[in-house]
Design a protein around this ligand. Sequence first.
Ligand code: PFF
Ligand code: NA
Length: 452
Amino acid sequence: MSGQNPAASRKTWNNRWTFMLAAAGSAIGLGNIWKFPYIAGQYGGGAFVMVYLLCIALVGVPLLMAETAIGRSTRLSPLNAMRKLTSDAGVFRGWEVIGWMGMLTGFIILTFYSVVAGWALSYAWDLLTGVFTGMNADQVGGEFEALTASAPRQILWHTLFMAITVFITARGVHKGLEKGLQVMMPTLFVLLFVMLGYSMLATGEFMRGFHFMFDVDFSKITGEAVVAAMGQAFFTLSLGMCALMAYGAYMPANNSIPRTALNVAFLDTLMAIISGLIVFPIVYAHGLEPSAGPGLLFVSLTSAFANMTGGAILGFMFFALVGIAALSSAISLIEPSLAWVTERFGINRVLATCMIGGAIWLVGLGSVFSFNIWADVKFFDKTIFDLAGYMTDVFLLPLGGALTAIFAGWMLKRSVMSNELAMSVGMFNVWRFAIRIIVPAAVALILYTALK
Ligand code: PFF
Ligand code: NA
């Protein structure tokens, strides 16, 4: 195991809230605010939301605990954590593929994540400078088409987002993250509540949006919807790619992993539900379609901001905060590869971040071009942007998650996990049942459905 730091040299975050903040920062992002409403809209609302919530509770929470515990038990980067645990347990070394897959998955996700985060930055700027003021929903929709049709405009914002990500990441997870997030996350929270108030009081369509999200039409629970809901559960909780393993390595030993995992899952779910309750009433009020696709958040909210007193400044703040929420997620998408590259090659963090960030930026251009010059370039009938999302949601994250669960549940000695999780025997057995049986079975089911 060359180039591996001894565990003792790893510092932990000294504040017991820091892990919570970092994990919530990783979890809460575009997945909640942009992706959840648009996928829920595409799959018809309530039925999708119900399956999604089940996935969060039955698959997401147990796995969140497992990943964090693996990271904390070794205090190493995900790949080296997997190496150490496989050799300690005396099992097949091939399990370290979990670490490799995690790095690859984070890389692929960030290539398109950054493009969408770039849209948010672009909207923040355009709202502030009054581009949208007074526009109707059609015109706002036209602007979204114009942005995605323009490669140069998207490249500008994608570049800016990656540059900020690299800059912050290079400064180190501890220093870079904590101060900023302590202020930004609560502010985002407040702003979401302001918008929720708007949807409730000013759209006249709140109940319609509410029913869309919570009325379950069982005929809509198709195989495809279940696959999408499960993929979204992994994506939104940052599971299946070792991100929380990387953060768990810094978690103080006396923090409770189960409690933290529940808090993170709860906050993330709350943010997604609130986003839906903001978006759908506005969608109805402006005669838009819930199934509009990736532009849903941008077009609906901007239509509201365009016609609201103070909308320019509120809209600017909203999309700027969405960009910041995306930033804290982006940092966690790079972290597994970065931690490994610095441990393995001993090169300095700044250089390593620039190299990895540069490569992600470059591949991200493929996502930018998916909406314009390469719109016809398709693999398996999907543009590069769609393919990156599909591959990670449907295959890489669930597979990574299932392997992690099987590893934690079947390969590791019971005591390794029970020491970290520090639960009562009864609760630990419930967790263990979920991680040994439910998580792998659920993933097997969706892979079967997706491939058949
Ligand atoms: N959970 C993030 C979101 O909901 O926006 C996206 C994400 C971050 C996925 C980190 C995976 C990850 F490792
Ligand atoms: Na999320």
